[in-house]
Design a protein around this ligand. Structure first.
Ligand code: SF4
Ligand code: SF4
Length: 502
């Protein structure tokens, strides 16, 4: 017996408008639409629809819409439709449920409970159209004291840093989980903007070596595609210890997505599943992590900053303190709403903590221990707007990674079916017919637009606060007020309540 599950979404076709052009049939990789030769009309199978909106966008006469089904099991606040359907699926398959993109559940979003300050009268706002605003940021260990040699000359103790024109970077997305054209879009946009994109754990395609000055390469537990040239080409190296969408587990890219090109880039056999283990098999302590940090620095002549990326988990402040002492230059914190190409649903939806609280705790702990300037902090895991970006910087981040927002800019419609490999927007797929739907010129243009727009908004908000540089905003929690938060939550975030004065 296989349980019939009523489709979650229904494809609604306005037959009065439809001209049977069959564009929707050609555009849908999931086979939702087909032309019925007998009836001479288009018909649809809503059960196959993932709600990616490709057909809706492509229909020349706007004859299509996708609506949430109003079919429901007997109403039950405890056993909702989704839970019942998941039980049915697992009873049919006996398998772990897989999902893509970030945690969609209704946990509190702390960004939405934080309000930004504005200057009035005594501390006048700054007009960003008429006065200079500094959005540059440098990532890496800072110099906290000046040293001179015996002759009184300054001793250069500055470790390698990354210069960002705006405190935004594109977060790690591997070639394999996303397409060649999506990678090219990110690389080109990062290069044009003076920021960085991140290879994820999939290695670096040789075509993209030319973007090396704007590339962060990842060293993950699977060590896919890691070799001398890969490290040398990059501007910085990121050791991936964890990912917000799936803390505590490794990665799995199905063999179907390991095409010849992806296999060559990852240095694994074509068609073989790419499984990265949960731990790095050489890291079981901060001392072990330090060995890898130092090995990577040694291998690159101490010329490249080394990031360590961790998922936001309960004990993150202590973990970050260890990382700051490991010799790493940047700590990247990935919150539990961070996206992924594929993750077990239960892990994605139940493990980890929001980046807002993790970031606040890490910044606070490093300050208390007097080691905040040893490292920069990069926050990621659902930075949805320039408002979130500004709040993250005020909570202590030096910069933010954006992943889902970048995908949306490239055309993603957040259907959360990346793991199927049939992304109709040409992003999370390796199928050549789908990949070519994303034009890298257009992808890069839209990414540049997005970051430029956020930069303008950041400048406007900072100007309103009477702040003219990101550096002055960094960790300036007095510029935030909480609303609708408990005293305990305000305390953890280190912000005052709305209505409390300076
Ligand atoms: S794309 Fe629109 S007009 Fe063309 S067949 Fe599909 S629904 Fe009809
Ligand atoms: S990348 Fe593609 S498959 Fe993944 S959520 Fe976006 S539109 Fe859907």
């Amino acid at each position: 017996m296989q349980t019939y599950i009523y489709p979650e979404y229904e494809v609604v076709r306005d037959r009065a408008k439809c001209v049977n052009c069959r564009i929707c049939e050609r555009e849908c990789a999931n086979g939702v639409h087909r032309f019925d030769e007998k009836l001479k009309v288009m018909v649809e199978d809503s059960a196959k629809c993932v709600n990616c909106h490709r057909c809706v966008c492509m229909c020349p006469v706007h004859a299509l819409k996708i609506v949430k089904s109003d079919d429901t099991y007997k109403l039950n606040a405890n056993w909702d439709n989704r839970t019942i359907n998941e039980i049915f699926k697992q009873a049919d398959s006996g398998g772990v449920l897989l999902s893509s993109m970030g945690n969609p559940n209704t946990y509190p979003i702390f960004w939405d409970n934080l309000l930004i300050n504005a200057s009035q009268v005594t501390n006048p706002p700054i007009d960003p159209l008429r006065e200079p605003m500094e959005t540059q940021m440098w990532l890496g260990s800072r110099v906290v004291s000046i040293r001179r040699d015996a002759e009184g000359k300054l001793v250069d103790t500055l470790k390698p840093q990354l210069k960002l024109s705006v405190p935004i970077m594109f977060s790690a997305m591997s070639y394999g989980s996303i397409s060649y054209n999506a990678h090219e879009s990110l690389a080109r946009a990062a290069s044009e903007l003076g920021i960085y994109y991140n290879t994820g754990e999939g290695g670096l395609h040789k075509d993209f070596y030319k973007y090396g000055a704007n590339t962060i390469v990842q060293v993950a537990s699977g060590r896919f595609g890691v070799f001398r040239e890969y490290l040398d080409t990059a501007a910085a190296i990121e050791i991936k210890m964890g990912q917000g969408a799936k803390p505590g587990i490794g990665g799995h890219l199905p063999g179907a997505k390991i095409t010849a090109d992806v296999a060559e880039t990852r240095m694994i056999p074509e068609g073989a599943d790419a499984i990265s283990p949960a731990p790095h098999h050489d890291i079981y302590s901060i001392e072990d992590l330090r060995q890898l940090v130092m090995s990577l620095k040694e291998a690159t002549d101490y010329k490249k900053p080394v990031f360590v990326k961790i998922a936001a988990v309960h004990n993150i402040a202590a973990i970050a303190s260890g990382i700051a002492r490991s010799g790493a230059d940047v700590i990247a914190i990935d919150g539990f709403r961070g996206g992924t190409g594929a993750a077990p649903t239960r892990i994605r939806d139940n493990v980890g903590i929001p980046v807002e609280v993790a970031l606040a705790q890490v910044d606070q702990r490093l300050r208390e221990e007097g080691i905040r300037d040893n490292v920069s902090i990069v926050a990621g895991g659902s930075i949805r707007s320039s408002g979130d970006l500004l709040k993250a910087i005020a909570l202590g981040a030096d910069a933010c990674y954006i992943g889902t927002a970048a995908l949306l800019a490239m055309g993603c419609h957040l259907c959360r079916s990346c793991h199927s490999g049939k992304c109709n927007w040409g992003i999370a797929t390796q199928r050549p017919d789908l990949v070519k739907r994303l034009d890298p010129d257009e992808g890069a243009r839209r990414l540049v637009n997005l970051v430029t727009a956020w930069k303008h908004e950041l400048e406007e908000m900072m100007g309103g606060m009477g702040i003219n540089s990101v550096e002055a905003l960094r960790g300036n929690r007095l510029m935030l007020r909480g609303i609708g938060l408990t005293d305990r939550e305000l305390n953890i975030l280190g912000v005052k309540s709305a209505g409390e004065s300076m």
